[in-house]
Design a protein around this ligand. Structure first.
Ligand code: C2E
Ligand code: MG
Ligand code: MG
Ligand code: MG
Length: 288
């Protein structure tokens, strides 16, 4: 117990808890205005087709440079933003900024994937926000992918209709963190979905765990049964890359190819793994 750990341990525990709570309170307060102060930015991580040996899209990932705490992870502050209508404002900015950044790239038809929170989808603002972002930036709808989480598909509200409208406009819908939630083959049939993004959970210890490998294979088969491509994210090293590719996984994203890139690096062409990492990329097997 904390008491057994010696005098002062309880205080240290209390202090840690208080600091943690203070941090959350501060972040929650500071988030309001972070956008206006220019503290938010997007970085972009390539998704690689290991058969065609090229980058097919980039995922836009939000970053917050807090004046006191430095870079704060979206895993920490997006949930805080989700507690308030602020997420709608931030989400609108992300959608516009992602489309504008990709539309400004020259000589490419690169796609861009934008994460959209559940609250943002439920707000009913998603369709107008997407239309406005596409119209003002000139990005063709075929180059935009909207990433939602599995739970959003469970809503019986307008959500399914809104996603259907997006697809009618030519925007693709990806299910993020797929495979650990409620989803079943039966449920996914007929859903307005174009892409599955496999949850990183399946990659934990995948090199040494036959069960995880079986799951990676199962997700790929599920996708193929549904006619949906599967993207594996969080591919961190060469061993996992080789394992997945040999399994038949074609679309991979992770540090092994590229860390999320700053907009300036993107504009300089760093999204193209052929030029960035060509010697580190294994040559795919020749098609039969
Ligand atoms: P996500 O959409 O599942 O994004 C994938 C996360 O995996 C990103 O973390 C990415 O940086 C990280 N990652 C990429 N390659 C590797 C790798 O090789 N190994 C490991 N271990 N991780 C890798 P990040 O950027 O910290 O984002 C965390 C989550 O925050 C995202 O998960 C997404 O749910 C949320 N998020 C990020 N940007 C936005 C946004 O603009 N809007 C909303 N609503 N949520 C966002
Ligand atoms: Mg995502
Ligand atoms: Mg994910
Ligand atoms: Mg995630």
């Amino acid at each position: 117990s904390a008491a057994a750990a010696g005098p002062g341990a309880v205080h240290r525990y209390d202090d840690a808890l208080r600091i943690e709570q203070d941090r959350r309170t501060t972040l929650r307060a500071d988030l309001d205005g972070a956008l206006a102060r220019g503290e938010l930015r997007l970085v972009f991580q390539p998704v690689v087709d290991v058969v065609m040996h090229r980058t097919v899209s980039v995922e836009a990932l939000l970053r917050w440079r807090h004046p006191l705490f430095g870079d704060v992870s979206p895993s920490e502050f997006v949930p805080l933003a989700e507690e308030s209508p602020l997420i709608t404002e931030v989400g609108r900015w992300v959608m516009h900024e992602a489309c504008a950044t990709i539309a400004a790239l020259r000589d490419t038809d690169l796609g861009v994937a934008v994460n959209v929170s559940a609250r943002q989808v439920r707000s009913g603002e998603l369709v107008p926000d997407v239309i406005s972002a596409l119209e003002t930036t000139g990005l063709p709808s075929s180059r935009l992918i909207v990433e939602i989480t599995e739970s959003v598909l469970l809503d019986d509200s307008h959500v399914i209709e809104d996603l259907t409208v997006l697809r009618q406009l030519g925007v693709r819908v990806a299910v993020d963190d797929f495979g650990t939630g409620w989803s079943s083959l039966a449920y996914l049939v007929g859903m307005p979905v174009d892409v599955l993004k496999m949850d990183q959970y399946f990659l934990a210890n995948v090199e040494h765990d036959p069960a995880r490998r079986a799951m990676c294979r199962a997700v790929l088969q599920l996708g193929s049964s549904l006619g949906l491509p599967v993207i594996v994210e969080g591919v961190t090293n060469e061993a996992v890359l080789t394992l997945l590719r040999d399994m038949g996984h074609r679309y991979l994203q992770g540090y092994v190819f590229a860390r999320p890139l700053e907009a300036a690096q993107l504009a300089a062409g760093a999204w193209d793994v052929r030029t960035e990492r060509s010697e580190a990329l294994p040559v795919p097997a020749a098609p039969p």
